[in-house]
Design a protein around this ligand. Structure first.
Ligand SMILES: O=C(O)[C@H]1O[C@H](OP(=O)(O)OP(=O)(O)OC[C@H]2O[C@@H](n3ccc(=O)[nH]c3=O)[C@H](O)[C@@H]2O)[C@H](O)[C@@H](O)[C@@H]1O
Length: 443
């Protein structure tokens, strides 16, 4: 294993900036030197064959390997024909129906908002390519279902890959001239940051920077629209939350990484002339939603007669969220794409003028308490919940979110139309159908 170390280190240490990649002289020399030195006896020759096969196996199976585009083609067909099929599918999916249509790369395409937004873009005639790493933060079967039942049906091709894989990103941007990137790939969830803090840094900071690095060095960089979060308002107590309010008191690491994302976006806008719009989503919910969110697991637990915890603030203070229905958020994303101005920098060179930079709230602007959320679910599910009221733990949550959406109205013509009762009705209908069908198919 010590002999493997230099090579494994080399694979793990691929720099995030493509173009800077050079094989490390020392490790190549080391292997070469050891090979020459040790192949003198037949026994050591055998060991070296085993050793080299091991390395090759590790190299091709490693999830972060730079051979990502090639690894996809361990199929029955030859690698080159599978590669050209992959490229053709991407090009086909990227093609807008009309000359005025956009060509959008959607990161996090099998995620909740990503899947809905990709389908909406494709349906109205834009070209769409999805990118997603299908990670295991929550049920991968649900992600696969979003792919097969929503994206495949709409004709959106999804590349399986990570935003940290700059080789793959460069390949995609080399293949397709994207006019826009809808960047939704992220580590979501406020409370999970207590369990796995590094995943937030890896996706929301490293991944975002990697994407921006690749985008900024393309010949004609696309405009970027990306998902920030209402959580950046943190301990801000002035309501409703306006984009002008302070956002320097995050209550979770998740919020801190989203706030950092906004600062990073500003730097790339300022230096490289990238057109960037950050959308602060407010507790988005609806069909095909995220199982880690309260409305989703409350539904599951209520149906399973399992106790649920309802958070309340100090002195029995109400905890409430500005729950925003998925269709309203998707409309906001599409308007943000349509109203985005072009980036002004190119080829990584400095900008020639000011590029557009926006941060916009996408909320519902009518907060509802968690108690009311549960009562609505009880009514829709026709099951009484086993409730336990507990003091909101200090692990990322804030007592209240409430969006001021006047900027969204002005910039995007945004107008949310679905209230929590109507939205939950649609969610519950989907939930029962989806899990019922799965139960039946497993019988
Ligand atoms: O809008 C946002 O910025 C964020 O919205 C959600 O975060 P959150 O609003 O905390 O949504 P949930 O985790 O679904 O919680 C909803 C409400 O239920 C409460 N809750 C949660 C869990 C629980 O066991 N009991 C409970 O009362 C929370 O305090 C909160 O008020 C998402 O999970 C984040 O990814 C997103 O960025």
């Amino acid at each position: 294993m010590t002999a493997l170390k230099p090579i494994l280190n080399h694979i793990d240490n691929i720099p995030s900036n493509a173009g800077k990649f050079k094989p490390e002289k020392s490790s190549v020399y080391y292997i070469h030197h050891r090979l020459r030195f040790q192949t003198s006896s037949p026994k050591s020759l055998l060991w070296w064959i085993v050793f080299l096969s091991l390395i090759l196996m590790l190299f091709f199976l490693s999830p972060t390997s730079t051979t990502a585009p090639l690894r996809r083609f361990r199929t029955t067909t030859s690698p080159s024909s599978a590669l050209s099929k992959w490229k053709t599918e991407i090009e086909l999916s990227a093609k807008p129906r009309s000359r005025r249509g956009h060509t959008v790369l959607v990161t996090g395409a099998v995620g909740f908002v990503g899947a809905h937004a990709s389908v909406a873009l494709k349906r109205r005639g834009d070209g769409v390519v999805g990118l997603d790493n299908f990670n295991r933060y929550y049920d991968v079967a649900l992600k696969n279902s979003r792919k097969s039942e929503l994206l495949d049906r709409a004709g959106v091709f999804v590349v399986k890959g990570d935003i940290n894989d700059d080789v793959l990103l460069r390949e995609l941007f080399g293949l397709v001239h994207f006019t826009h990137v809808l960047h939704l790939a992220a580590q979501a969830g406020v409370r999970y940051a207590m369990v796995n803090p590094n995943s937030y840094i890896k996706s929301n900071i490293d991944g975002f920077v990697n994407l921006l690095e690749v985008v900024k060095s393309t010949i004609a960089p696309p405009a970027i629209v990306w998902a920030s979060s209402s959580s950046v308002y943190g301990l801000n107590s002035k309501v409703p939350f306006s984009e002008k309010d302070r956002t320097d008191q995050p209550a979770s690491l998740y919020a801190a990484t989203k706030k950092a994302g906004e600062a990073i976006a500003h730097a790339y806008n300022h230096i490289h002339g990238l057109s960037i719009t950050g959308l602060r989503f407010f507790t988005v919910y609806g069909p095909w939603g995220r199982p880690d969110m309260a409305y989703f697991f409350f539904t599951k637990d209520i149906l399973n007669r399992k106790q649920i915890s309802i958070f309340e603030g100090a002195n029995h203070g109400t905890v409430a969220r500005d729950f925003t229905y998925i269709d309203d958020v998707v409309k906001g994303c599409l308007s943000a794409i349509d109203s985005a101005k072009k980036s002004v920098g190119r080829n990584g060179r400095k900008k020639k003028g000011e590029a557009q930079f926006r941060i916009i709230n996408l909320g519902n602007t009518s907060p509802v308490s968690v108690h009311k959320l549960v009562m609505t679910l009880e009514k829709l599910l026709k099951v009484k919940a086993k409730k336990k009221v507990v003091l909101m733990p200090r692990n990322g949550d804030v007592p209240l979110t409430h969006a001021d959406i006047s900027l969204a109205r002005m910039e995007l013509g945004y107008k949310p139309t679905v209230d929590l009762e109507m939205g939950l009705k649609k969610f519950v209908q989907w939930y029962l159908e989806y899990y019922d069908a799965r139960k039946k198919s497993s019988w």
